[in-house]
Structure formats: C-alpha cells, structure tokens
Design a protein. Sequence first.
Lengths: 346, 379
Amino acid sequence: MMQFSRKLDIARGKIELSHGSGGRASAQLVNEIFYPAFANNLLSAGNDQAIFPSPAGRLAMSTDSFVVSPLFFPGGDIGALAVNGVINDLAMGGAQPLYLSASFIIEEGFSFAELRQIAENMGATARSAGVMIVTGDTKVVERGKADGVFITTAGVGVIQDGVNLSGDRARPGDSVILSGSLGDHGVAVMMARQNLGFDTHVESDCAALHELVAAMLATAGPSIRLMRDPTRGGLAATLNEIAQQSQVGFRLREADIPIKPDVTAVCELLGLDPLNVANEGKLIAIVDADVAPALLAQMRAHPLGRDAALIGTVVDDAHRFVEMETKFGGRRVVDWLSGEQLPRIC
Amino acid sequence: MKHIDDYRDGALARTLAERIAITIQPDRSYAFMEFCGGHTHAISRYGLEDLLPPAIRLIHGPGCPVCVLPVGRLAAAIDLAKTQSVTLCVYGDLMRVPTTRGYSLLSAKADGADIRMIYSPLDAVRMAEQNPTREVVFFAIGFETTAPATAQAILLAERKKLSNFSIICNHVLTPPAMDAIMASPGATPTTMLDGFIGPAHVATVTGLEPFEKITRRYAKPVVIAGFEPLDVLQAILMLIRQIHEGRAEIENQYLRAVSSSGNRLAQAAVAQVFNLRDSFEWRGLGVVADSALRLNERYAHFDAEQRYPIPIPHIKDHPACACSEILRGVKKPTDCRLFGTACTPETPVGSCMVSSEGACAAHWAYGRFRDKNYRPCAE
C-alpha cells in the first residue's frame, strides 16, 4: 500500500473534487478508506482489473445501482444494500456469488467519516457473505450534482450443473412460496425520512439470500422453477412480471401472506399497499407443488426463512391476472404499482 | 392492529352478508351510492361485491377530491410554479394527474419547477418560515375533512406573520354534490338511487345535520359509514332495513368516530377563515352552486388567486369520457369505451381513473377480473 505524509482526517475531512481527479488525492482515498474496508489481495494489488481463476460451471453476472435516501436507515445502509442487492440478484439465478465490483459517485463535501462507515459496512457484509469486492472506481461530482453518494455494484457467481431457474418456467399447479414478511425495507426507509412525525420499530430486512437459496437448491433443486427477490414494486410487481414471462396467472391468499403489524399500520396510515412496498431480504420461489411442504419446512429452519409461507398457486389464465382471495372472503386483482410510490428506496 | 383487524374479520363479514341476503326482498333490486372514494376503494380492495347478493348494486360517487378537481386549476398551479418561481406544495396523489397533453406536476418537477410533496399543510407553513426569501404556495384540496387542516395552516401563518405563504383553495363540500347528483337532469338518479352510504371522515367534522337535509329533500336514507369493509356491509344492511320500514333517515353506523354535532373546533376553524364560493366547477359534475370554499376577506392576503395573476383555463374532458355519467351512477366504468383501452391508471383520460379512489381506477386495479369469465382458483 502507498504511504502518504499526512493521513486523511477521517473525523473532520470532506471529499473535495481532487479526490476524483485520479491524482495523489484519489490514490490516498482508495488506500486509506477502500483498501482497508474491503481487505483483499485481489483489490489491493492495485491493478486496473482483478484477475481470478474461473470456476467450473456456468457463470452468472448482474449489476445494480443504489441511490437510497437517507443513506443510513434502521437495519442497514446504502453499503449493505449495494452488496446484498447484487448478491441476491445472482442468487435468484441459483448462483453462488464470488466476486463483486463497486463504483462510487461521491458528492463534493461528503464526509470521510460517512464514506468510511459505508465502505466498512460493505466490507463486513461481503465478508460475512463469503464474497470479495475485487475492483472498483470512484468519481467525485460538484456539490448539488449528487445526493451524498451513489453506488453501483456488479457481481459474478457460479451456477452448478443441473440448476436451471428462469422466469418463464412457472407452470399451472405450481406453488408460490414467500420467504418472510413483506414491506419491511420500504417502510423502514420511509420512516427514516424526517417529515412523517411518527415512530415505529420497523427495520429493513436487508440481507444476503444466497445461503438460503443454496439450502433450498440442495433439498429441492430440480423442482424449483424460479426464484425472484421482490425489491422495488414489491410482491405485486414481481408476480406480474413472472405472469407475463411464464404466460400464467396467480391466485394468492391474503391471509397466508406474512406482514408485520407495524408495517401494516404504517401502510394504513399512508395509504400504501404492502404488496407494492420494497423488500431487500426476501425471495419468492415458484416450485412444484409436490415438494412445497418439505421445502417450506426446510426454509423455516433457516434464519432468513423463519416466516416462510405458502401464499398461493400458479394457474392457467389467458389474462395473466395476479388475483388474491382477500382475508375478507372477496377477490381482487393484485396489480402493478402505477407511478411512483416512494422516492428513492434502494 | 387490533382496531383495524376487528373491522376486517372475514367470518363476521360472511355472517353480515348472510343477514343481508335473507333480509332483501326477492322481487326487487337495491341501488346504493357510496359517496366517498374511501368506500369505493374498500369495496374494491376487499372484493365486497363478491359477498353481496346480485340484487344489490353499488354506485361509486364523486367523493374523491383529486378526481373532481378541474384540470384547469391544476394547470394554473403548474403554470404558477414554472413562471413565478414559487415553491408549490401538494399532496402526493396529485403528482401524476395529467393536464393538457399529459403534462403533470411530475413533468413540471422534471422541468425544474420547485414542487414538493407534503403530508400536512403545516409542513408548507414550516417551509415558508424556514425559507423567508421563497414564496411558498400550498395547493389546498379536499372535502370538509381536510379543510380544517388548511384552516389551521392559515391561522398558524397569520400568527407567525408570514408574508411568503399562500394557498390555492380548492376545498369542496359534500352535501351540495349529493344535491347535484340527485337533481341532475337527463338521467334520473332520484328514482334510481335507493340511498347513500354517507361519508365517514367528512361526517367526523360536519356531524350529521348536513345529511339530514338530503334525506328530507329526496326522501332517501343516508347511513354514515366507516371506511372498513365491515362498516360498509353493516351500512348496507341498515339502508335495506330503512327502506323496508319506509324510513328515509340519517343514521350513523360510524359511531366510534362520528358524533351528531361533529367536531366543533374544526368547524370553528373553517368558519373563521373560509367563505362559501357562489359556484365552483367539479370535474365530471359541472358547475355546482355553493359547493366550495375560498378564504374570506380577513385572510384574503393568503389567497394565491389574489396574490398572483393566475388565469384558470377551462380544459374540457375527452368527448368519449363517461365520467360524468359514472359519477352520477348512470353508467358503470365498463360502459365507457375508453375504459382499459385509452384510459388506464398509467394514462388516465377521465377523472375517475386519476386517483386510486376513483371508480374506474378502483375497478381497474382490483376488480377487472370480473369482466371476463372468471374461473375459480384450483387448490
């Protein structure tokens, strides 16, 4: 690692345009904030690219950008979100995530302390998930041209032979399994905004799902048709997407969909439908009905699937409707969200 | 969630629905208008129509403030934000409402206008206080329910002697709209409607008296009902019983929130700052006399319509749009040839598709599977 005559003043210092110039200041930022936080030799080799052996099997690749406001919220921060988000995108294809990249667009004036906090959270999240952040980039834009920091991550993972998950594989008769309660992330972020004026104890569900996925594949691999993480747009958007891709419909049972009382309460007050609210640590699995009970039991044994539930079935439907039997005994469509429900939640 | 779940109990709902089914007379049908968008939303979201006998028809009334707002008033506010560089504060459900050529508050925001989504008018007052060099305009909208909050904002701005705060007042009143529906020429809702499911939150403010006049004038029962699905079912049963007993009275199902005299403090705040407008245009209903509020002379200095030269254009709805008939119960959303084709929640053409509480938007979002041959779920 390069040594600098004076260390960055993490407690009081702020990002200046020079930190994105590619000169000595940029190098110092990377050396003193990102290398220690991400802590791996592939990164700190300091090359323009990370070089690693290719594992056996098919590779999966995904990317995602994060612009959440506020940057820190109960249950997570933009850094944890950026790492887990791309891990989950890989995991939904059945991939074991291996390597990530991370690019930062930082607003002039952003504090070193917050940047280091975010980087450390990213490093810790990656280590606990068993992945490495092996390459990255930083750019600085003038004050007012960004909102603190924006992060883009990309990831590469490997898929074992025999695993074949895809959005077009849902078949009438399949079961729909949800790994836990809906709406926690969206509501936690919304509550972290200052202007709502009421208190709740909802934390973001931000989590890496690949270990849960690996356990599910080990039990029921060939009988799992597909998995999705219902992030922006919530369960409603995800199931409508699958309905289009697989040319099927869904029949859900509202009574079986787990939603925490605090989340229900906030949604009631703000007029939101929890089925449209974002999640960052939940998955939907469409599976052969025969394996659903055993798979569900196994998911419930995993900490991230404790509240897993069988919430409905795939049906033949020329209209591709996602319909729900309400708790009340009536029926309704579960539609895509029209327009924007919340500003910037991930 | 105790006080919510109690009113969404499926078993109780089935019991109530059975009671309704055995109470109705076999040789007749019943047409009830739920005035409020809140009821419309609950009916669609919980699938209440599946529980009710076919002899009961629910007609979705005009009680959605975003739906009945004339597009011209919104266009004028957008114009104000763009040309006078004011900060325009609005409730979130207005953001997507299209004006001419689909231009919305979201479009104006993207073009650089300073448009803020707020949850309370007091937030707009606070914004004015914190930014003394900015002119802050609140686009006040809603029925009797939200008018008191606007009144509080005006009184607060007055106490703080703010000179950079004003409102565009679009507050409208429920009873004159019910009058307009019952008295409308052409179709004859007077004979068609058998009663009203009366507004919940409006009545918490106004009390029962304004609706008593409606029951007397048109000899139709009104039952004030809460917004939960069990409330609506119970109100329907109460309406049926009134009809069978030959009564046309105001009854209060929403006892847990509505008192017969309403909220006197709220009424006093409204009376302190507002006057009746002689007439006001309702999208879908046309011009209705004595149906809206404006700031009175004492508080006229907070009236943005006086502070700024903002001409309010009259923007006509699409000629094929059936909203005015739908709002009066003469047509159903599916009777409109624009419904689900040119007019969807993403591209609303008429007022009933604009907000999720509008009759067409609620049917599109929650109930459109009923428009085809529905096959029940194979378990």
